[in-house]
Write a protein that binds this ligand. Structure first.
Ligand code: NAP
Length: 429
């Protein structure tokens, strides 16, 4: 049929309808080709790597939304055992339903949740110490740190109870604390195990203010805070790789845990939507009306997860030294020299350590005071209850005695009346 059509065109030329509208037809074909190529380009590369994940244990933060949720889905489909570290408790009905759904969709029952609120050092410590205290040490193949937060442009600076700016706390300090506590659990993994720590970063780090300068309340902005937290994670991740590499394994082997950074590219996730809409209703309205633009220009969360999956499964990344950056499923270089600046890393590590220690001490003191206050309150209440019970018992005893006295009195009265009646009767006789 197609051949006949072509032969007809060659013999007789294009039909008049095509000849008369040649220009619009050519423009339409060119425009459609351009749009299809643009969409293919903005969608990014698909992950070409695979490796068996059955039996592998993966800790994943941010696995309930956006890129993290797609990563969780893909890893679970390949049989990995997932522990989702979520800020809500594992009893949260949304989370229970989410995990149930994920188990059914992937036919994988090995998906669990543990509460780890990255905005709370105590919550992180509770989980991580429980994990490392396990004897024998638990298997751990991957830690993927997808959780992050951002304040939309024009939004207000928020602080945790301890006065730490929220973006810095969740995107950097929380992850720093988690990896620092989990470090022994990573180092203890058998030599033949390929262990990976995957840190999703964002090209926003390139424009971040230097970590050498403090981000004060006065010069704070949502963009600077987000970019700086991502730069700090890159610097810390490099330093963490060195911290692992210098460890002398008791078996004399080389370090088998590698930090891999991933730039997933811009994607249509809740955080990007919040950023584009400035977290406002009118912004959301505009976003929905003009949805064709984000659809064309941004990746789907599933395509954004491709480089993370590549970092999780590519064979070479498990053999080469750690600290690599992956973008579009390829190794690329960091675009900021500061990422590998050892002085900056040392200062960042020491300051973060000191801050966490100070805050944890203050938190422990506060918890102890609260516990003592609660115990004192409970004791006071117990004492009050005991006193009330004693008083009640005494009153009951008094009432019982009074009842007895009244009964005796009544009896005597009745006897008296009886005696008086008998006397009267005898007199009358
Ligand atoms: N989207 C992009 O265009 C883009 C571009 C470059 C890099 N990245 C990076 O890719 C990663 C994933 O981004 P995304 O856009 O997919 O994010 P997202 O959809 O906004 O999801 C963020 C996740 O972080 C979790 N989270 C937030 N605060 C938390 C806390 N205090 N404790 C524990 N978990 C917390 C959220 O949990 P809840 O659901 O419970 O709130 C959610 O699961 C991030 O590291 C981001 O910086 C994204």
């Amino acid at each position: 049929m197609a051949i006949l059509l072509i032969l007809n065109f060659v013999g007789n030329g294009f039909p008049p309808i095509i000849r008369n509208n040649a220009r619009p037809i050519i423009y339409t074909i060119l425009s459609l080709t351009f749009l299809i190529l643009l969409k293919l380009w903005t969608s990014g590369r698909s992950n070409p790597a695979e490796r068996p994940l059955h039996g592998k244990v993966v800790l994943l933060t941010g696995g309930t939304s956006g890129i993290g949720a797609q990563t969780a889905l893909q890893l679970a489909q390949r049989g990995a055992q997932l522990v989702l570290l979520t800020q809500s408790p594992d009893s949260d009905p949304f989370l229970v339903e989410y995990i149930q759904d994920l188990r059914e969709r992937t036919n994988n029952n090995l998906i669990y949740a543990e509460q780890v609120n990255l905005a709370d050092f105590h919550s992180i410590r509770k989980f991580a110490t429980k994990w490392i205290d396990n004897a024998p040490p638990r298997r751990l193949d991957m830690v993927i740190l997808c959780a992050a937060t951002l304040t939309p442009p024009g939004g207000k600076r928020k602080e945790s109870e301890e006065g730490i700016e929220e973006t810095w706390m969740v995107n950097f300090l929380g992850n720093f604390h988690l990896l620092a506590i989990l470090s022994p659990a990573l180092r203890v993994q058998p030599i033949d195990r390929d262990v990976r720590i995957i840190i999703p970063t964002c090209s926003a780090y390139i424009g971040s203010p230097s970590l050498k300068q403090e981000l004060t309340k006065q010069n704070w902005s949502p963009g600077k805070a987000y970019a700086r937290s991502k730069l700090a994670m890159n610097v810390f991740g490099q330093a963490f790789q060195k911290h692992l590499d210098v460890y002398k394994r008791p078996d004399g082997g080389i370090m088998n845990t590698r930090v891999i950074f991933v730039d997933p590219g811009l994607a249509r996730t809740p955080s990007t939507r919040r950023w584009l809409t400035r977290g406002s209703l009118w912004g959301l309205g505009l976003y929905l009306v003009g949805y064709i633009f984000p659809w064309f220009l941004l990746k789907s969360p599933s395509m954004a997860a491709q480089s993370i999956l590549y970092a999780a499964m590519d064979g070479n990344l498990g053999r080469l030294p750690g600290g690599k950056l992956i973008k579009e499923c390829m190794e690329v270089d960091f675009a900021r020299g500061e990422v590998k600046d050892e002085e900056v890393a040392k200062k960042l590590w020491e300051e973060s350590d000191a801050l966490i220690e100070k805050v944890e001490k203050a938190q422990a003191k506060r918890r102890a005071t609260e516990k003592a206050r609660d115990e004192a309150k409970a004791q006071q209440q117990k004492a009050q209850e005991a006193l009330a019970a004693k008083k009640k018992k005494e009153q009951e005893q008094k009432d019982e005695v009074q009842g007895l006295v009244d009964a005796i009195k009544k009896g005597k009265e009745q006897e008296k009346q009886k005696a008086a009646k008998t006397k009267k009767k005898t007199k009358a006789k």
